[in-house]
Design a protein around this ligand. Structure first.
Ligand code: APR
Length: 243
């Protein structure tokens, strides 16, 4: 599955950076954003996750996010997530960047995760930025800020919003300085995360993509593994154990 050339290179590497997208959580039962999963009550999920919907119809916005939160409470990390915990242990300079907001990398046991799109378990005020404490009641149909009375929203980046600056600059640095870059389960089309593999490759990293289908990134990758993350990543760990 993985080439000898790649495995030999990986084993000698210190710096490994991994970018994950919705595909790594698909086998845990978290719906992806595009394709057949991209609808909620016949509405485009990308339309739901916007400031426009929060402002024009906060009840609908929160109904969508409460549905996603409830769904995420029932899911668990899969073998793909756990394989990345193993990888973190094997490399001195390991960076995990995710576009997922589902917290599953932390739950699996990765200690350092750059969450480019935030974390859905957090609730913040859309007006003043106050983050709700864990014991604060945010269960209302439209939660309201205890500090300023503004409408709250989940701690995720909505479509059209900019990414958290620190996480993004750390991710760009991790891409620029690694020797091997994995792009796993991402359609590789949403900027600025989509640029990270190109930053890595431009700085000489070996670029490997794992996805159930080819993406716009595939033709630029040094190696493309077509398969499920939950099956191919455990195989990679076993292959590394043999070296
Ligand atoms: N293993 C590996 N890849 C998979 C698997 C799997 N089991 N299942 C699906 N995939 C692939 C799909 O082929 C697709 O290329 O995962 C990718 C998921 O793509 P998207 O749904 O577009 O998710 P992502 O790339 O994370 O999207 C980026 O855009 O929609 C926004 O904010 C949202 O964080 C998301 C961002």
């Amino acid at each position: 599955m993985f080439s000898e050339k790649f495995l030999k290179r990986l084993i000698k590497t210190n710096g490994v950076t991994v970018l994950t997208g919705a595909g790594i959580s698909a086998e845990s039962g978290v719906p992806t954003f595009r394709g057949k999963d991209g609808l909620w009550k016949n509405r485009d999920v990308m339309q739901m996750a916007t400031q426009q919907t929060l402002k024009s119809d906060p009840e609908l916005f929160w109904e969508f996010y409460n549905w996603r939160r409830e769904l995420l409470k029932t899911v668990k990390p899969n073998l793909g997530h756990y394989a990345l915990v193993d990888l973190e242990k094997q490399f001195y300079d390991f960076n995990l960047i995710t576009q997922n907001v589902d917290n599953l990398h932390f739950i699996a046991g990765n200690t350092k995760v750059l969450e480019l799109h935030g974390n859905i378990s957090k609730t913040i005020c859309n007006e003043c930025g106050h983050e709700a404490e864990e014991n604060e009641d945010v269960s209302g149909a439209v939660p309201v800020c205890s500090q300023c009375g503004g409408v709250m929203r989940p701690g995720v980046v909505l479509f059209g919003e900019s990414l958290p600056q620190k996480a993004l600059s750390d991710a760009q640095e991790a891409a620029a300085t690694c020797e091997v870059f994995f792009s796993i389960g991402t359609s590789a089309v949403v900027e600025p995360a989509a640029s990270l593999p190109y930053i890595a490759k431009g700085n000489g990293a070996y670029l490997i993509e794992i996805n159930t289908e080819r993406t716009p990134l595939s033709e630029h990758a040094d190696e493309v593994i077509i398969g499920k993350a939950g099956e191919t990543l455990p195989y990679l760990i076993m292959a590394l154990d043999r070296y």
